[in-house]
Design a protein. Structure first.
Length: 375
């Protein structure tokens, strides 16, 4: 036959083309970032066996703050909605847990109301109640944006502070109310010592793994939201609201929905903070706390789960570190001794960090260029 048949084989003498192999599990194990994650995971799991109570509580504060920062990053970083009332929803979560899980009693002249529910159920319901509070405000959040939404959410702080100081039967007034320890399947996360590998575990050691699990699940869920279709819709609303509406994105519905989700994250952070503090105090849930959460996401990186975690660790650990090393640091000392109090010094430092990030690193600390990476 004279007809030639074309084949896919290469001509004689021509080396075959090499097709790149797909990146499998072995390829991923060669990446330096994988080893960093593995080492970090091992360290986080081992910390309760080696760190003292001070550093464990500092780490618990940082993990609770990271959960709340992830929530406000979904709202402000991913959607572009400015919220100044994040502390209000933390207070809803913390005090809802105390009322639902606590027993009715009398303390400091206040007859405290308590429903005595199982603590694990009270924690879940407290998170849901924070979401309900966000849902009540969500029609406003769905229609306002920018500074107008910020001013509207700022009103939540004043309303919340008035309720916290005056609803004594629910909140305990100025002195707050005790927080019932968490109990799951008969295991109580209190100061009762439990020996684990010859190490006495108290409330901080026990709560460490609860907070770590809550942070992991919260981060994975938020990451899934941001990388999926909802995340693309939220980013479209942030970048160009009118164009997103023209493309068929229900702008008001997404804004209201992410506000509810952010409120639930804040409620979970409030429950964890209450369990760590072991007592809720109204003064803590004020405007300064909301500003700190905004500083967290700006320093770490807007619209990023990792940025929220990094920023929360920076802002929440700074006062703890300055307090612990105040004797050896210049210009930092205990209140009333002539120097700056650790809390005030930390606000100066992360305030300066916010200015530096905005001017020189708009993407936050997590957007730093790697060595050799092209700009």
């Amino acid at each position: 036959m004279s007809d030639t048949v074309e084949t896919a084989t290469a001509a004689p003498g021509t080396p075959p083309e090499k097709t790149p192999a797909p990146a499998g599990a072995l390829e991923r194990l060669r990446r330096p970032r994988t080893y960093l994650w593995l080492v970090g995971s091992v360290l986080l799991l081992a910390f309760p066996f080696y760190l003292d109570r001070f550093w464990l509580q500092a780490g618990l504060f940082a993990m609770a703050a990271a959960i709340g920062a992830i929530g406000i990053n979904l709202l402000t970083g991913a959607t572009g909605q400015l919220s100044m009332g994040h502390a209000f929803f933390l207070a809803v979560g913390a005090y809802s847990y105390c009322v639902l899980a606590g027993e009715s009693s009398t303390e400091n002249g206040h007859a405290l109301t308590g429903l005595g529910l199982p603590t694990w159920l009270a924690a879940i319901l407290a998170v849901l109640l924070a979401g309900v509070a966000g849902g009540v405000f969500s029609p406003i959040a769905g229609r306002l944006r920018g500074a107008y939404l910020g001013i509207a959410t700022l009103a939540l702080i004043f309303i919340g502070q008035h309720v916290l100081f005056n609803a004594g039967s629910l909140t305990g007034g100025f002195n707050g109310r005790p927080v019932p320890p968490l109990s799951v399947f008969g295991f109580t996360f209190d100061d009762t010592e439990v020996l684990v590998a010859a190490v006495p575990f108290q409330s901080s050691e026990k709560l460490w793994y609860v907070a770590l699990l809550a942070l992991l699940l919260s981060g994975l869920f938020a990451r899934g939201v941001l990388r999926g279709r909802p995340g693309r819709a939220l980013n479209a609303i942030r970048d160009h609201r009118i164009a997103a509406g023209v493309m068929g994105v229900p702008v008001a519905r997404y804004r209201a929905g992410v506000f509810v989700l952010s409120s639930m994250y804040a409620g979970l952070a409030g429950v964890l903070l209450a369990l760590v503090f072991q007592r809720t105090v109204p003064e803590y849930f004020g405007m300064i706390l909301s500003l700190e959460y905004l500083a967290m996401i700006v320093i770490g990186g807007l619209g990023s789960v990792a940025g929220a975690v990094v920023g929360a660790a920076f802002v929440s650990l700074m006062p703890q570190v300055l307090t612990h090393y105040s004797d050896s640091l210049p210009l930092v000392s205990a209140p009333g001794t002539g120097g700056l109090a650790p809390g005030e010094a930390s606000r100066y430092l992360y305030g300066a960090a916010v200015v530096a990030v905005v001017l020189f690193l708009p993407g936050g600390l997590t957007r730093l260029k790697k060595p050799g990476e092209k700009k």
